[in-house]
Design a protein around this ligand. Structure first.
Ligand code: ADP
Ligand code: MG
Length: 203
C-alpha cells in the first residue's frame, strides 16, 4: 500500500543516511520505493534547487522558489508514484519550509500556511520522521563529511531557530510527526526509525 514518508531535521542530522537504510529495508520487504528530495525531484525542480542552494536571495524569494519546485515535484513525481502504489520517501518537504524560512529566517508562519494550502491541494505526509539533534553535533558531522552549501554555512544560532521551527510544526501536527532522537550512533537512530514504522503496522 502506498505511503508518503518525509524525513526532516537540520543539516547533518542523519536524514540521507536513514532514507537509504529504510529504502533498502522496504525493498527487502517487497515494497516499491521512490526516494526523492526537496527542493528537487523533477528536472524542473532540480534546476530551481541549484538556484536555491547557490544564489543569494531574500526570504520571500526563497519561499516562492521552494514552493514552485514543490508544486512541480508533487504533480510530476510524488502524486503519480503514490497513485501507482509506491512508497515515497522524501528528503525534506513542507515542514522544512516552515522550519528554515519560518523559524530560521522569520518569515510569516500564516503566509506559509496559505502557500501550503494552495500547493498541496490536501496532500500531507502519512508520517514525518523528525531527526532532532543539537546543532553543535550536527555541525561537527557536516564538517567531517562535506563542503557546505549556502544554507549549511549559517551559524549555530540559525540552526537553533530552525530546530525551534521543527518543534513548533511537530506540536501542531502530532498525528503524523514522530520525533527521532538523532544524537545517538547510527544503530540507535535506525532502531527508532524501525520502531516508528513497525508500530504503524503498514508492512
Ligand atoms: N547517528 C549518527 N552518528 C554519527 N554520524 C552520523 C550519524 N548519522 C549520520 N552520520 C554522518 O553524519 C553525516 C551527515 O549525515 P547525513 O545522513 O548526510 O545527514 P543529513 O542528510 O541530515 O544532512 C554523514 O557523514 C553521516 O555518515
Ligand atoms: Mg542529506
Amino acid at each position: 500500500m502506498s505511503r508518503f514518508i518525509t524525513f526532516e531535521g537540520i543539516d547533518g542530522a542523519g536524514k540521507s543516511s536513514h532514507i537509504d537504510a529504510l529504502s533498502q529495508w522496504l525493498r527487502e520487504h517487497g515494497q516499491r520505493v521512490v526516494s526523492t528530495r526537496e527542493p528537487g525531484g523533477t528536472p524542473l525542480a532540480e534546476k530551481l534547487r541549484e538556484l536555491f542552494l547557490h544564489d543569494e536571495m531574500d526570504a520571500l524569494t526563497e519561499t516562492l522558489l521552494v514552493f514552485a519546485a514543490r508544486r512541480d515535484h508533487l504533480r510530476a513525481c510524488i502524486e503519480p508514484a503514490l497513485a501507482a502504489g509506491a512508497t515515497v520517501l522524501c528528503d525534506r518537504f513542507t515542514d522544512a519550509t516552515f522550519a528554515y524560512q519560518g523559524g530560521g529566517r522569520g518569515f510569516d508562519w500564516s503566509v506559509l500556511g496559505s502557500m501550503e494550502h494552495w500547493v498541496h491541494e490536501g496532500r500531507q505526509p502519512d508520517l514525518t520522521l523528525w531527526f532532532d539533534v543539537d546543532p553543535v553535533i550536527a555541525a561537527q558531522r557536516r564538517a567531517a563529511a562535506r563542503v557546505p552549501d549556502r544554507l549549511e554555512r549559517l551559524d549555530v544560532a540559525f540552526f537553533e531557530r530552525v530546530r525551534a521551527g521543527y518543534a513548533r510544526r511537530c506540536a501542531e501536527h502530532p498525528e503524523r510527526f514522530a520525533r527521532i532522537d538523532a544524537a545517538g550512533d547510527v544503530g540507535a537512530v535506525w532502531q527508532q526509525v524501525r520502531q516508528q514504522v513497525n508500530r504503524r503496522g503498514w508492512w
